[in-house]
Design a protein around this ligand. Sequence first.
Ligand SMILES: C[S@@+](CC[C@H](N)C(=O)[O-])C[C@H]1O[C@@H](n2cnc3c(N)ncnc32)[C@H](O)[C@@H]1O
Ligand code: SF4
Length: 378
Amino acid sequence: MEKFGIYVHIPFCVKKCKYCDFISYTNCQNIVSDYINALLMEIKENAKYGQDKAVDTIYIGGGTPSYIDAKWIATLLSTIMENYLVLPTCEISIECNPNSLTEEKIQIYKTAGVNRISIGLQAKQNSILKKIGRVHTLQQYIDAVKLCQKYKILSINTDVMFGLPTQKKKHILSTLALATKYSKHISMYSLILEPDTPLYKEVMQGKTSLPKEDQVVEWYEKAVKYLQKKGYIQYEVSNFALKGYECLHNLHCWQYQDYLGFGVSASSKMNGVRFTRTKHLEEYITLVHHQESTIIQKEVLTKVDQLEEKIMLGLRTANGIDVQDIKESFGYDLVKEKNEVIKALVQKKFVILENGFLKISSKGWYVMNTIIVDLLPN
Ligand SMILES: C[S@@+](CC[C@H](N)C(=O)[O-])C[C@H]1O[C@@H](n2cnc3c(N)ncnc32)[C@H](O)[C@@H]1O
Ligand code: SF4
């Protein structure tokens, strides 16, 4: 039976971090119940998409899902389970912030079926956390992880960021030392300075400075080596895990499996169609209550689109692309069509072609985007 993932977006945060442009709203406690009710209606309404397919991953992301009452999370999960065929082995992840994760919430998550928790630490140094507008402290992160361990949720991810204001190499390495002590999965993101964020304005006005790009690249290399030494496998450009602790939800998306997204700004890819829902909270709630579609963008993916996306996503993962699978699915012989390009990349040690898989080498990951462009069909 074909499998797919479900994503649910919870667009609320206690306070907006200075660098973040994800869709999330603050001061919205009074609208949470309307939003969840709309989500529940949308989840039920879309059950037809899941016919003859089984759900193998559920990811509740945000925003900050741990910000809302945990009973809502339990209701969301039970509604998904009542309306879709959810496999007993399903990976169920939730994103949490250290300051809002309480013992009561973890108990409710655990009973509801959550088996993976992702916690945003970003940096170990309280001074850096303050500088980027995070509302939690290092101690709150440690307390949160210990609570997860107490309730035997052992699949824990820690999000860390590098390239932050006032950050030095030693800060990153000590952040990683802490993260590896407490979590079996680490997502390590390089700061993207998003326009229209307070951090962007501060940097543009010269009030805040960021580490130089060549420094950041050097830190990234050191960080990757550090994590590898600790046994973490880099299975995607920003993701590292001890064996068996990879995030299946993301991995399956990169492997081009279908996923169905619910909530504001959620995107989906189902049966060769990609669609995205409205970003506006009140509009979303109104549309669902009037039984109108929340989809604002829909794209039927041609065979060429699908081939390109499969190559792009496959190259982001450590396993790379299954050349034979591409040939069978699309009639496209990548090795033959891109013979000269692949030869040159192999010679430069940027890619590896072995056992029928084409993958980017650890050296090549620093120039991944150029390699991907070179390998796309003409
Ligand atoms: C969208 S947040 C959701 C989880 C949770 N609210 C949190 O902050 O931990 C997921 C992760 O995205 C990363 N992130 C958000 N904005 C980013 C940016 N501008 N550049 C790089 N990473 C970013 C952070 O590491 C964050 O933990
Ligand atoms: S808590 Fe997470 S989602 Fe919310 S503003 Fe901060 S980084 Fe963005």
